[in-house]
Design a protein around this ligand. Sequence first.
Ligand code: PTJ
Length: 273
Amino acid sequence: MTQTQRNEDHIEIPPDHPRYQSLLLREKVIEGYKRHIVALAGLVAHGRGEAFDYLIGEKTPKWALEQEKAAVALLLLAEHPIISVNGNVAALCPEAVVEFSKTVNAPLEVNLFYRTRQREEAIKSALLDAGATEVLGADPEHQVKIRELSHARRIVDSRGIYRADVVLVPLEDGDRTQALRLLGKKVIAIDLNPLSRTALAAHITIVNNIIRALPEMTQFAQKLRDQPKEELERLVKSYDNKKLLKKAIKGMTAQLPTLFEEKFAEVSRLFQR
Ligand code: PTJ
């Protein structure tokens, strides 16, 4: 999108604004909130994500590609993979999550921390509008409760998360990742914060912005799905989440001085014209 964007409050976002892409994403989340897709707390969660994205220079780091590749291999090996979708995911990248779901053959399930019928339906509609053929999680007939959790997230779909062996949980709260692990499931998280409980509890943690991670994972899936099972197993077996999380932490801190120099030079140039 390169045109000047005007939001509902008639505030213009010109394409030459240095934070244009970031502001557009904010608008998507705000718009999602107005359409009952995003929870109010989702706006706060997005801000936390933005802060961590700054620390990796708002681009995909090398370690994330390793994490994404292993995650795709694990999903391709799964018997019953599932992708959990919350309000932020549905607002930020509905098309990308639908495309990824089709590429790895993993159904989508609406699963919410702040669960209301209105939000379930709004998220389901957003995914269907983005091209999904089926969205689990919003049909009371198939909802079951998992006892490991005390809040609304204990409600899952009997055809989806309940029977899944591998679950992708983007932008998740820590409790549920732990509960899913305790239920014996393999958990893949996408979380920009490598120190979050979700990041630490998952089997594979992708420390990257979901808006970049999902299209990259779709590309990996297109390449890996024709590989022999043994090659996928090798990728998963050789993957060490603690090692990769350490790489992320070290990478984030090590590149800060360079990032600072780049950004400082960029702003300084404005005053030399
Ligand atoms: O839609 P609901 O009701 O299920 O609620 C969703 C939220 C996100 C409100 C809920 O899951 C929540 O409170 O999550 P947390 O505990 O704030 O955790 C969200 C995590 O996602 C944080 O660690 C953020 O850094 C991270 N995050 C935010 N935006 C992004 C992100 N990670 C990757 N890409 C992003 N764009």
